[in-house]
Design a protein around this ligand. Sequence first.
Ligand code: SF4
Length: 472
Amino acid sequence: MCGVIGIYGDKEVTPALWLGLIGLQHRGQDTAGIVTYEDGRFYLKKGKGTVQNFFTSKDLKRLIGDVGIAQVRYPTIGGGDPEDAQPFYTNSPFGIAMAHNGNVVNYQELKKWLLHERRRHINTSNDVEVILNLFASELGRVRQSSLLQDKVNTIFEAVEKVMEKVNGSYSCVCFIAGEGLLAFRDPHGIKPLKFGWEGKNFCFASESVALDTLGYSEMRDVKPGEAIFIDINKKVSSKIIKKAAPRHCIFEYIYFARPDSIMDDVWVYESRFKLGEELAKKVKARRIKIDVVIPIPDTARTTALSLAQALGVPYREGLIKNRYIGRTFIMPREGRKIVQHKLNPVRCEIEGKRVLLVDDSIVRGSTSRAILSLVRKAGAKAVYFASSSAPLKYPCFYGIDMQTRQDFVAIDKSVSEIQKEIGADALIYQSIEGMLRSVNPDKSYCTACFNGDYPTRISPEEIKQIEEDRMS
Ligand code: SF4
């Protein structure tokens, strides 16, 4: 999962890029990067760390220019090495810098194709390098062969070639030296991308929350398959390059995005609230007696709140998260100990009570088991568990680090077997229909990690290859 931002402003953009990245930090904490451009030169700083830890004030002063792009990353393809940090740039045949959020499914095939057909060597395992080189190569060819003098149309033509070849999800921001800022989103619009403007300042960002932070009052979504280009005179051009049925990622609404974001016309907060109401119907059907509803912080809070309201049961913050403990090499590897370091129970809210814990999902089950045991040890009389999403069964190939089929506890177990495995007195899962009703019943979404219905073509060979890459 990643967060991207691109700004074309009327003054130095680095302070705004940095602030925007802070607003997107929840989308990735492994690497961060900013590239800016001024007077024929790119200024780049990228590497491992969070936005606040990684950039020094000296770095931020060095990154000059009124245009730039930036990214925070949690690795999918690529192991999260410093050289895999985004943005990337190329200088042939044009100076182009690019960052994206998503994942290229046919990465290996395109990497070989670029080497053999276009003599372009891919030097890292980051898939944006493939998109960047493909785009640069196509732009060069279109410019050579085209009778069109119009730069914008040649850029859109190159984006069209990219969309024809790249299979997967990609919300890209890119700067072409001396020409302007470009953004485009894959034809299904799997990953979000927002466009904001304020006078002569233009901004693309993964989530509206980054635009809010920067004071953009005008905004809209980049549509699925759309490219938007802002030239050096700040003229905005846009075009739907390739049309396909929209299939936005439903898990953005359940887990990834910030609740104060709106994406593709749906508020994340509202979706999570409705998820709780949907879950309440399922909990009521089980006829279990509950004294208190407790969210597993942070994502499940809104859902737990509405679930408690619908059940007429108190909502309590019975687990407190240590927000200062990140991922660190001194952390123990055992799930139970990680949970103990991150979460602490509020005994007075738990002791002697029948507790319903609410979480966004269950992946391997080990974290859920550790939390349940923590709550039991804190004196709960009974511990039930509700998941705001349906059982996760299939890997995501579009940019989320849900690795392989073997990662999912639900892949070969029934609900009652999972309940036993995690040690719950009852386990209640959301249904896929309930998820869709909560987000927007009138639209179709990507629900592939729940039902294997992938929006783009993925062959069994590609699945095998991706799983092998992820395990290596
Ligand atoms: S597979 Fe799941 S996580 Fe991945 S894009 Fe689809 S809904 Fe989102």
